[in-house]
Design a protein around this ligand. Structure first.
Ligand code: AMP
Length: 488
C-alpha cells in the first residue's frame, strides 16, 4: 500500500476464477482443494496477463505466491521481468501449519483472521468466518512438501535478489524490516527509472568534480538541461508560478568566482528552448530601482541586460521576435508574450523588488513566470536595520512560487570545502539528498541517502547524514551549511 505497488496474488486470482465459475476456475479447483499446484501454463498465462496491465506497469507490483516452480521462474525471464527483490519469509514448519490451520477468512470484508493469534473483533464476524478448503493439517503438509521440492531451484535462480527474513517474530517487526528493504529498493529505482519522463530515464546522477572551477562545459550543459526539463514538466502540468534555485559554485554569488555568464547561459538555454517550441519568451532583468544609474540595483545585475543583448541568440530573427528582453514590472507585460523568465530578481538594500514582481505577475495572469535564483529575503541596510515594511506579505508572496528545480551543494556549516553532499529536486519528483563519497581510484560519487516530499530542513539533513532519527539526536540545529541558503 505505502509503496503504491499493485498486489498480485496468484492464490487470490485463482480463487476469484473458481468462485466466478470460469473455465480457468473449473480447471484449477481440484488442484487447489487438494493442496497441489495448479498447472504452470494456467498460472503463467494469468500472471503474464496481469503484469501487462497498465497499472502494474506504471506503479510496479508485488507478486504474492509466484513463482512457485522453476518453470514459472523461467517464464518471468522470458517476459523479461526481473524482480528488484524477492522476500523469503522464513517460518518453521510447525508454526506455518498452525498459522494455516487456524486461519479464517471473512467473506464479507476479505480480512484474514487467526483463531488464536488474531481473533475476530465480534461474534457477528466470528459467525461468518470460513476456512479455506486447503487449510487442513493434511493439505497444508502436502503444500509444504511441494514448496520444499520447488523452492531450492527458485532460490538459486534468484540468489542475487533474494532476501531471507525471519518471519517467526512479531508481525510489527517483520513489517518494519520489510518496509525498510522496500524503501531502499524504491530509492534505487527512483534514480534508474522515472515514470513518464524519458529524459529523467537518462538522468545520469549528480555530476562529479563540482569543486573544479570553472566548471567544464559538460557540467554546465548538464545543469542547464536538468533545469530545462523540470521547467518544461512543471509548465506542462499547468503551473504558472515557478521558481528555480540552482546553486552550483559557478552560480553562487557568495563565492569569489561569481560568474554571471553561467547564469546568463542558463537563461539563454531556457529561453531558446521554449522559443524553439514556438513560445514568445520575455527575459527580464531588474532595472535600476531608484535615482541615478545604479541606484538600488544589486551589483551583480549591473550590466546583465547589456550582456544579454550581446549574447548569441542563434539566427538574427530570434532576438526581438521569439525572445525579448525586458525589465521587471507590470508595464513590461505585453499581450504577445507567452511566458516570462526573470533573472535573479532580488531585494536590494533599501529597495524591495516585490511590488514590481507582484505587478508583473498580476499582469501575466495565467502565463508562466519563472524566477531564476530569486533572492527575496530582507537585506539589512548598512545601519544593520532590516527592511521590515510589509515583510510578511512579501514572504507570503514569494511562497506562491513553487520550486520546480532545486540544486544545492552541502558543506559543513561555515566552510565551502569539501563538498559533503547535494540536495536536488526536479519537478515533479521528490527532494533527493545525496552524500558525496570518495572512491579508491581517486574518483568520487554521489550516493542517494534519502528522499523527501517537502524540502528537508537542515535538521532532517543532519539526521540523514548521521543515520539518526530525530528523537535520538537532540541537536538543536543541523551542521550542514547550504551554499547560500535562499529560504526567503
Ligand atoms: P495461496 O493463496 O497462495 O496459498 O494459493 C492457494 C492455492 O492456489 C495453492 O495451494 C495452489 O493450488 C494455487 N496456486 C497459487 N499460486 C500458485 C502458483 N504460483 N502456481 C501453482 N498454483 C498456485
Amino acid at each position: 500500500m505505502q509503496f503504491g505497488l499493485v498486489h498480485i496474488s496468484t492464490g487470490d486470482l485463482l480463487r476469484a476464477e473458481v468462485s466466478a465459475g470460469t473455465d480457468i476456475g473449473k480447471r484449477a479447483k481440484e488442484f487447489m482443494n487438494s493442496g497441489s499446484l495448479v498447472p504452470d501454463e494456467i498460472v503463467i498465462a494469468m500472471v503474464a496477463a496481469r503484469l501487462s496491465r497498465e497499472d502494474a506497469k506504471e506503479h510496479g507490483w508485488l507478486l504474492d505466491g509466484f513463482p512457485r516452480s522453476f518453470a514459472q521462474a523461467q517464464s518471468l525471464d522470458k517476459l523479461n521481468v526481473r524482480p528488484d527483490i524477492i522476500l523469503l519469509l522464513d517460518v518453521p514448519d510447525e508454526i506455518l501449519i498452525d498459522r494455516c490451520v487456524g486461519r479464517r477468512l471473512d467473506p464479507v470484508t476479505g480480512k484474514i483472521y487467526h483463531i488464536k493469534n488474531y481473533p475476530p473483533e465480534s461474534d457477528e464476524i466470528k459467525a461468518r468466518l470460513v476456512t479455506r478448503p486447503d487449510d487442513t493439517e493434511e493439505k497444508v503438509k502436502a503444500r509444504l512438501l511441494i514448496y520444499k521440492q520447488n523452492s531450492e531451484a527458485i532460490i538459486s535462480a534468484y540468489s542475487d535478489v533474494m532476501v531471507k527474513i525471519d518471519a517467526n517474530r512479531p508481525k510489527e517487526v517483520v513489517f518494519e524490516e520489510t518496509q525498510t528493504l522496500l524503501s531502499q529498493i524504491q530509492l534505487k529505482r527512483m534514480i534508474k527509472t522515472d515514470k513518464a519522463s524519458p529524459v529523467q530515464d537518462k538522468w545520469r546522477g549528480i555530476p562529479t568534480r563540482l569543486n573544479n572551477i570553472p566548471h567544464s562545459r559538460d557540467i554546465r550543459a548538464y545543469f542547464y538541461e536538468d533545469v530545462l526539463q523540470a521547467t518544461i514538466r512543471s509548465i506542462k502540468d499547468g503551473n504558472t508560478r515557478l521558481r528555480v534555485d540552482i546553486n552550483i559554485p559557478e552560480l553562487n554569488p557568495e563565492m569569489d568566482v561569481y560568474r554571471i555568464g553561467t547564469l546568463m547561459e542558463l537563461v539563454r538555454v531556457l529561453a531558446l528552448s521554449f522559443a524553439d517550441d514556438g513560445k514568445r519568451v520575455k527575459v527580464c532583468v531588474q532595472g535600476s530601482m531608484g535615482e541615478g544609474a545604479l541606484a538600488g540595483m544589486p551589483l551583480q545585475l549591473a550590466g546583465t541586460r547589456k550582456i544579454l543583448e550581446y549574447m548569441d541568440w542563434g539566427d538574427d530573427e530570434t532576438l526581438g521576435t521569439f525572445v525579448k528582453l525586458g525589465a521587471i514590472g507590470g508595464k513590461e507585460v505585453d499581450e504577445e508574450d507567452d511566458m516570462f523568465i526573470l533573472v535573479a530578481p532580488q531585494n536590494a538594500v533599501g529597495n524591495c523588488i516585490i511590488d514590481d514582481l507582484q505587478a508583473m505577475t498580476t499582469a501575466a495572469g495565467k502565463r508562466p513566470v519563472v524566477l531564476i535564483n530569486p533572492r527575496l529575503k530582507d537585506l539589512p541596510a548598512s545601519s544593520g536595520i532590516m527592511q521590515t515594511m510589509g515583510r510578511e506579505q512579501r514572504l507570503e508572496y514569494a511562497l506562491t512560487f513553487d520550486n520546480c528545480y532545486v540544486f544545492r551543494l552541502l558543506y559543513y556549516l561555515g566552510t565551502q570545502y569539501p563538498i559533503m553532499g547535494a540536495l536536488r529536486m526536479s519537478y515533479p519528483y521528490r527532494y533527493e539528498l545525496y552524500k558525496r563519497v570518495n572512491e579508491e581510484n581517486g574518483k568520487e560519487k554521489y550516493v542517494l541517502l534519502a528522499t523527501y516530499s517537502e524540502r528537508p530542513t537542515p535538521e532532517q539533513i543532519d539526521d540523514a547524514f548521521s543515520g539518526k532519527s530525530r528523537d535520538q539526536s537532540k541537536k538543536p540545529s543541523g551542521i550542514w551549511g547550504f551554499l547560500s541558503s535562499v529560504f526567503s
